[in-house]
Every structure is written in C-alpha cells, then in structure tokens.
Design a protein around this ligand. Structure first.
Ligand SMILES: Nc1ncnc2c1ncn2[C@@H]1O[C@H](COP(=O)(O)OP(=O)(O)O)[C@@H](O)[C@H]1O
Ligand SMILES: [Mg+2]
Length: 231
C-alpha cells in the first residue's frame, strides 16, 4: 500500500533493444500484479506500436465500471518528463514505462527518469549481445539495471550458461526468472494479468515474486529525486 512518507512514485522502465524479448508482456504483468497488491499504478506506453495501450482497451471493455487500473497512457518518449510530472499529481505509487525495441534517445529519456530499468532477455546469445546498448544507457545515467531471464527453461544447460553470460555484462541478474507460459499470453488476450486469471498458477507466482523483487531493489537504490534529475 502507499507509504505516505513516499512523496515520489517509483519509476520502472522496461527496456531492451531486441524486439520480442518480452518487454510489453512483463510490463503489463508487473503492472497488474502491483495493482492487485494495492498499489496505485500507471503504465506509460512509449512504443509507437501501442500494444500496452491496446491491452488497456480490451481491459476497459472487459471490466467496464470495475476498471480500477492500471492507468495506461500512450505518448512519445519525448513527452516523458512532462507526463511524469502530470501523473505525479495523481498520487501514483508506481509508474512503469513500456519502451520500443530500439536503443534511441526516447528510451534514454525514460531510463534517465527511472529508479530502475528492468531488462528482459531470453536465454540465447543473441539476447545477451543485444542487451549491451540498453545497459550502456543505464551505466551512463547511473540507473540500476536488472536483467530478468524470460521464457527460460531452468532444466537446460543453456539456461545456466546464459545466466552466467548475463552476469558478466556488469548488471545485476534477478533472482526470479520467468518461464515460457501460455498463461502470460492468454491473460493479456482477455485484458487481464495472470495474477487475476490464474492466481495460483506458477506464472502468477513468478510475476508476484518478480514484482516484489523489482520493488525492493528500486526502493533500495532509488535516487533522491528522479524528477529533479529528469527536469
Ligand atoms: N514469459 C513468456 N511466456 C510466454 N510467452 C511470452 C513470454 N514473454 C513474452 N512472450 C511472448 O513473446 C512475444 C513477444 O513478447 P512481447 O512482450 O511483445 O515482447 P517485446 O515487447 O519485447 O517486443 C509475444 O508473443 C508474447 O506473448
Ligand atoms: Mg513491446
């Protein structure tokens, strides 16, 4: 729940240059998990593809009057700082940003404004290599980066090898990994998150644990004022 001493929302950007790594899936699933835990959550969709925004329309239709959040806004990355100030007035606890599959200035603006950058990557060498430009943004802006292994099968040798490779990139790798699970996709298709459609599933347990880990790390390393830095 909201801590009244906490004047500023925690800002989490989900970024990864590689398309298809799982940014939108992770951003939406985390947003719903935090919402369900009682936080007031906004999601800023700066990807021109607008998938998160499209999901919010499905959700609005499915829930109608019962739609309590997360609040989803679709903007260009250039308007991030203004949008963050606007959202701040509404007392959000957590603002999560879903970014496009590029390592461009717009993503850099989002990363710069964040308390933590969550970087999903799959257990493949291509994903590990593709992570470097996004990490460079984080290092340059001194924003903590958290690599999250997505769609990983922990029973394979490749999984442990890729986790080792990811650890060598110089950022932290999350304790919680995310498996490849249809429930993530089917829940989003209904405008829901997996913690709502299948709350006792392994998928929901993974997302809840990841949501707790991201928040813990973001709070621990939160910069004094993301807004004054971003302004
Ligand atoms: N953990 C997962 N389990 C199953 N499918 C996933 C998972 N993460 C992502 N996907 C699927 O992979 C594809 C790409 O995911 P998406 O979130 O759109 O990636 P990005 O936003 O990085 O381009 C989508 O079809 C999505 O449903
Ligand atoms: Mg996406």
């Amino acid at each position: 729940m909201r801590n009244d001493n906490q004047k500023q929302p925690i800002i989490v950007t989900v970024a990864q240059q590689k398309g298809g790594a799982g940014k939108t899936t992770m951003a939406l699933q985390l947003a719903v998990a935090w919402q369900k835990q009682g936080h007031k959550v906004a999601l800023i969709d700066i990807d021109p593809q607008g998938s998160a925004n499209a999901w919010s329309h499905v959700r609005a239709k499915a829930l109608a009057e019962a739609y309590e959040g997360p609040e989803v806004v679709s903007i260009t990355g250039w308007r991030m700082v203004g949008e963050l100030s606007r959202l701040q007035q509404f007392g959000f606890d957590i603002i999560i940003v879903d970014s496009p599959p590029r390592a461009e200035a717009e993503v850099c603006i989002a990363v710069r404004s964040s308390d933590i950058c969550v970087i999903p990557l799959q257990a493949s060498p291509m994903d590990v290599w593709a992570t470097k430009p996004t990490l460079q943004f984080c290092f340059r802006e001194k924003v903590p980066a958290l690599l999250v292994m997505n769609r990983i099968n922990m029973r394979t040798k490749l999984a442990s090898k890729m986790i080792e490779e990811a650890q060598l990139l110089g950022a932290e790798v999350s304790e919680q990994t995310i498996g490849s699970r249809v429930a993530f996709q089917s829940s989003l298709a209904e405008g829901m998150g997996v913690v709502e459609t299948e709350p006792y599933s392994d998928a929901a347990k993974e997302i809840d644990a990841l949501a707790a880990e991201v928040l813990k790390r973001a709070k621990a390393k939160s910069k004094k004022s993301a807004f004054s830095k971003a302004a």
